[in-house]
Design a protein around this ligand. Structure first.
Ligand code: NAP
Ligand code: GDD
Length: 337
């Protein structure tokens, strides 16, 4: 009997890869989408367009993490075996401008969903999209599942709440609830205002002569960057374990924004120093300087390991943005890699 999964954040980077992953395993997939004034299902379009890709098993419902009654109604109606809470106001810089909204969606949204699960009384397995941002001003290098949190943004604080409320529902009510503490993960589907995609998109535009300058903030921050397509499998593996638990998902490698620029511009023989300028508006009131995650527990208990190396990830994102721009200029439908 095929399993049923409910995803929040299905229109986002991870949501679209996870939906594909679950459909390929025969799941019936339900996703919660927000009504927006502009089109926001572009990352799912190819699943709808291809009749062999699982279209008949993908269902979208309107809802919002700020709307508890809608969440409860959807859980009771869909009766999913697995719930993946991927929705969030996920932009760290934006969270400084909208701290209360970020808390409402990213923190309180998680408890709204967990309450809906508790009240329906079904054996639902729950995945919480926790974040390496919780480590913030890091207390330990590399970070592990036992490293203390020190969040540095309203987003990081909201994710710390969501992490602990997930642990609390596991311990208080026996919910099969797990936290995936994912370090930065990127792909051609990454939102265009996150630094990696902002860079690879600019490389394509500069190469085509459509743009000359790229304005960035702090180039010294270091991140542990992996490939999003591989990270969604780890989410699924967590919910297949007999016991719920919390896991770091990372590559155990760290690189600065400068190194990302070297790799991205270098891939097409451009010199980033001729194009990049610093705009202080992109600095954050408090920065997370260094993230690097030890995924040893996930390797031992889930059998999960990252495969794509940093240089290959940068190259595949640059290539995808060059292709996307070419298709766009030729009037072709957007290709989602
Ligand atoms: P993303 O591309 O920014 O997607 C965020 C998703 O959340 C979108 O589908 C968005 O819908 C939805 N959303 C936002 N506000 C909502 C609300 N009020 N109600 C319902 N849905 C709402 O994020 P991502 O990169 O895929 O990341 C997925 C999750 O993992 C997020 O929770 C993020 O914080 C977390 N995370 C990400 C990373 C990373 O490096 N990518 C690392 C650690 C943790 P719209 O399309 O309508 O905006
Ligand atoms: N976005 C952005 N734009 N970041 C810039 C820029 C710029 O122009 N210039 C420099 N940066 C620096 C930021 O200051 C930060 O140190 C780093 O690039 C990465 O920024 P983002 O790509 O926005 O990602 P993030 O690390 O803040 O947050 C992402 O990863 C988290 C996991 O650690 C998001 O996906 C979060 O949702 C996720 O939880």
């Amino acid at each position: 009997m095929a399993k049923t999964a409910l995803l929040t954040g299905i229109t986002g980077q991870d949501g679209s890869y996870l939906a594909e992953f679950l459909l390929a395993r025969g799941y019936e997939v339900h996703g919660i989408i927000r009504r927006a004034s502009t089109f926001n299902t572009g990352r799912l379009e190819h699943i709808y367009a291809d009749p062999h890709s699982g279209r008949a098993r993908l269902f979208l419902h309107y809802g919002d993490l700020s709307d508890a009654s809608a969440l409860a109604r959807l859980i009771a109606k869909i009766r999913p075996e697995e719930v993946y809470n991927l929705a969030a106001q996920s932009h760290v810089r934006v969270s400084f401008d909208s701290p209360e909204y970020t808390t409402d969606v990213t923190a309180t949204g998680a408890v709204r969903l967990l309450e809906a699960i508790r009240e329906v009384g079904l054996p639902v397995r729950y995945y919480q999209a926790s974040s390496s941002e919780m480590f913030g001003k890091v207390r330990e290098v590399p970070q592990t599942e036992t490293t203390p949190f020190y969040p540095r943004s309203p987003y990081g604080c909201a994710k710390v709440y969501a992490y602990w409320i997930t642990v609390n529902y596991r311990e208080s009510y026996g919910v099969h609830a797990s936290n995936g503490i994912l370090f930065n993960h990127e792909s051609p589907r990454r939102g265009e205002t996150f630094v990696t995609r902002k860079i690879t998109r600019a490389v394509a535009h500069i190469l085509a002569g459509l743009q000359d300058k790229l304005y960035l903030g702090n180039l010294d921050a270091k991140r542990d960057w992996g490939y999003a397509k591989e990270y969604v499998e780890a989410m699924w593996l967590m919910l297949q374990q007999e016991q719920p638990d919390d896991y770091i998902i990372a590559t155990n490698e760290t690189h600065s924004i400068r190194e990302f620029l070297d790799a991205a511009f270098g891939a097409v023989n451009l010199d980033w120093k001729r194009h990049v300028e610093i705009d202080p508006r992109y600095y954050r009131p408090a920065e997370v300087d260094l993230l690097i995650g030890d995924y040893g527990k996930a390797r031992r208990q889930l059998g999960w390991e990252p495969k794509t190396k940093f240089a290959d990830l940068v190259k595949l994102m640059v290539d995808a943005d060059i292709q996307l721009l070419k298709d766009h200029r030729e009037g072709k439908i957007k290709v989602t890699a």
